[in-house]
Design a protein around this ligand. Sequence first.
Ligand code: COA
Length: 228
Amino acid sequence: MLSSVALKDGLTAELRWSEVPQKKWDSNKGFRVFRVSARVGDEEAGYLRVAYICSSLHAERNPTVWHHIPRFSGWCYYPGDLYETWRAYKKYQLNVLSIDGLARRSDEEMQADLDRWAQMPFKGFRTIQDWIDKCSLIGHLDFPYVDYAKVRDKYLRKGIATAMYIFAAKLLAEQGMLFRSSGIQSPRAKALWSYLRWRKDIPTRQHVIPWHNAVEVTIIDYSGDTNG
Ligand SMILES: CC(C)(COP(=O)(O)OP(=O)(O)OC[C@H]1O[C@@H](n2cnc3c(N)ncnc32)[C@H](O)[C@@H]1OP(=O)(O)O)[C@@H](O)C(=O)NCCC(=O)NCCS
């Protein structure tokens, strides 16, 4: 998909959208990654990476909870002990935990954890869908975000990032998805998002992602305007 946009200073950029093949397929959790490339003349002036957990791919890649757990790490999982996981969820302190201990654990040990979890006063989970529904994937599936954006120095402040974000948001809207800011932003990304929110012609709104430390993100929503 290609689009030509006029920038400041009489420049024109060609925007191109493509999917980035996932090389480490064995460890792919169900992510799809896309890239918007902005070319000015013969060179790439900037790019935007867009990523999301694709629900159908996730389900295909993770038929059981055992497939899912080792592929996800970071702030949301502590498979060493599911009771500890639950306690940590309550405290929102999971981002310091890792899955390093997982490889040392046998299936029996992990099953014992699940059994223990099932005894808890809150609802236990036995299947991957339970895990998704009750844990941190809520609000994350099929919700593309800015993975990274970069504009070459000599092209900064000419509207390239703005054009790429709008382009991505419109393409995603055609596929029935919203486009959101990342939960973690550089100062320049923050400035860019303030600007996007300020622009009355760009349909933005604020959204709080459950579990993700309740982080507030900005959504660009062209769902009502997919022809535009
Ligand atoms: C963030 C980045 C992609 C923005 O690219 P850009 O093409 O310069 O952005 P735009 O020209 O579309 O900026 C639109 C508006 O955002 C705001 N903005 C962008 N960069 C800004 C900055 N450095 N300081 C203050 N405001 C800024 C301004 O309001 C700007 O409008 P203006 O130039 O008319 O004042 C670029 O600065 C960059 O590559 N940074 C390094 C990598 C990075 O931090 N990436 C973001 C992490 S995902």
